[in-house]
Design a protein around this ligand. Sequence first.
Ligand SMILES: Cc1cc2nc3c(=O)[nH]c(=O)nc-3n(C[C@H](O)[C@H](O)[C@H](O)COP(=O)(O)OP(=O)(O)OC[C@H]3O[C@@H](n4cnc5c(N)ncnc54)[C@H](O)[C@@H]3O)c2cc1C
Length: 435
Amino acid sequence: MKIAVIGGGYAGMAAAVALADRGIAVSVFESARQLGGRARGVAYHDTLLDNGQHLLLGCYRQTLRMIEKVGGNPEEDFLRLTLQLDLHGEFSLIAPRLPAPFHLLVALLRAKGLTMSARLSAVRFMLILRRMNFRLPDDMTVAEMLAQHGQGEDLAMKLWEPLCIAALNTPVHKASAQVLLNVLRDALNKSRADSDMLLPRISLTELFPQRAADYVEQHGGIMHIGCGVEALRPLEDCIEITTVLGTEKFSQVICATPPVVAAKLLRPLAALAETVTQIECLEHQPIYTVYMQYPAHVALPQPMLGLHQRYSQWLFDKGRIAGQHGLLAAVISAEGIHQELSQEKLAQHVIAELREEFGIAEQPQWYKVIAEKRATFCCSPNLQRPPQRTPLPRLLLAGDYTAGDYPATLEGAVMSGLECADAVVMQPGKNSRTG
Ligand SMILES: Cc1cc2nc3c(=O)[nH]c(=O)nc-3n(C[C@H](O)[C@H](O)[C@H](O)COP(=O)(O)OP(=O)(O)OC[C@H]3O[C@@H](n4cnc5c(N)ncnc54)[C@H](O)[C@@H]3O)c2cc1C
């Protein structure tokens, strides 16, 4: 077997590691000069940033397992925080050291910034969700679900909306309630550590994709960096791919590019017309990150905290997280009025918010806005996502947008890559993950 993986993001590198691990010859083709895709390190002014601040959850088991497999150590690579949501001065919730789900129920009961009746209605809602096994008979928007379960406006705005946007990168009136429940089921319901919030201390490229590339090469695989795939041609007993290096034949190909590129590569293949239509129907949502380098003594009260009804949704103190003192990041997820502003205006708003909320009087030495316009797919109800197996048995699809329980996340991407690696080594039709 000779397998090609197209794309060196988390999905492609998870597939490549899983194949290399089984002694299968794998060649990875990555068009950029750097690995990581939508989760990559970015060098700016001698400082290592990421293309966006990422947060992982303790329940991202496959991602954490893969990081360990390639030599990482989650206890060192992340700052681990117990579940806490703090909207500066407006709302705060912190999970006590109790077994799940009591940690959450007690956290909700003790939450600050909500009336007792709102707290009780949040607890009742969680108990109902547990009884329903976090499964809805029919999918709907998160806004509809919240209304059906009497989650009043204040509770929705302070708790559920920030959670939904952070988890699904989709506003509540467009977001799939079922996908949100899938995340809540895995994060809140099993063990307390599943709801821990993990903030990377090293760049997203170093965290997994670069280590994965070293692992693949040590296991006999080949990494082609800066070498994009231009075309795919299925032949009788192989697939031929074209790059600047020429053409090469592979017994199977895993296409792990972002959805827009996948649609472009697959469009000429008549057998995949339906798959291409599914991919083209996906809408996208942006994520903006504003990095600001302040003098080293400037810090936030906590490594991560949110703001209520401001441009900055979540703020991260990279000094507290990764020893990058004075470096702050403001994250603005999903669509919104911030998209109408120039990057300079947006940064000025964020800087003003930091001054008003925390009394940070200094101006940053520099700021950098990273706008990822197609950060994730828009996770709407009943979305038809293309499966990893395509009508062409030699061609598989990996990526956060492919079929799965999760929204566009590192865990969704990694799981799709592992699914493809399983499919490569298995008889068609069998599925080792679901038995
Ligand atoms: C700003 C931002 C913040 C985010 N925050 C979080 C978060 O907090 N938690 C979380 O879990 N997820 C988060 N995500 C989502 C997460 O980053 C993605 O779900 C994940 O990185 C997707 O991985 P992927 O491998 O599916 O795709 P990608 O990362 O897009 O990888 C695809 C790769 O294919 C390469 N490629 C493209 N065309 C070609 C070609 N022709 N030939 C070869 N290679 C090609 C690309 O360069 C890229 O490296 C965030 C995303 C963004 C953008």
